[in-house]
Design a protein around this ligand. Sequence first.
Ligand code: NAD
Length: 297
Amino acid sequence: MIKNVSVIGAGTMGNGIAHVFAQNGFAVTLIDVSASQLEKALANIGKNFDRQIAKGSISEEQKTSALNNISTATDVATGVNAANLVVEAATENTNLKLEIFKQIDTHAPEGCILASNTSSISITKIAAVTKRPDMVIGMHFMNPVPVMKLVEIINGYATKKEVTKTISDLSKQLGKIPCTVNDYPGFIANRILMPMINEAIYSLYEGVAGVEEIDTVMKLGMAHPMGPLQLADFIGLDVCLSILKVLQDGFGNPKYAPCPLLVNMVMAGKHGAKNGEGFYKYSAGSKDIIVSDAFKN
Ligand code: NAD
């Protein structure tokens, strides 16, 4: 029975994951190496609950009780020692995740399920550094976590059926819709999404159309809520590049090679919405969609 959930990483995804578990009555320990990041995350979670109150989907009392369910820690060892489930949502870096999983495996109780929210790193590889590979699984939430319904569950090579069922049932308990896939590069979500984003960037690079035209065709023509270039900005262009490299390395197929324009933009520090500029420009508090100067006609 899962009651205590430790979430590692208090960034974009970690604070959303902590939010939904706390809202659904779980005791959450949110862990980050950065104390200031933990403070920011708690403030952010509070704001997101306020949005839900404004929409009438939760009450003030529910917000208070959910916030009371969250405690914080700056080290993994103490943060996971009472966990029934750990959900790792730290920075997308293979070596970092392997180190974190070795630590979790040492300090989490026997029987604790170890999940990763990774977008693309092999669950089988992560599981192999632990002494409980059958208890390791991918639990891939979508951004923003409180809003998006899907949880992509990824079975590693050794994941036990009972663990998959527990995580699938748990996702439903959180009001999400689980979908189980196997552990191959990019799983399903990013294996299909990233080539589409890459092709949109190639279309821009080759001068087939401009930023707004590409996004408008996909929004109005395919009923996508946002165009692929804007979506890439929201995911983070650095993240898109690293996922494409995982696909390219994992399949050895040149069709996944990242567009040189994407590589250049990441080298130039244009990482998308999180640092103010990608295909579009972002300024705090503004909801206007402004094409970056580099792509204006
Ligand atoms: P982020 O950069 O916003 O947050 C990562 C956090 O991890 C930071 O606060 C950092 O301080 C913390 N961290 C780094 N090393 C740590 C350690 N050793 N121990 C504890 N905390 C540590 O990243 P994010 O966008 O939230 O992504 C987190 C994970 O979720 C990644 O694996 C990413 O691929 C995945 N993901 C991201 C999205 C998205 O849209 N951003 C969507 C689905 C999945």
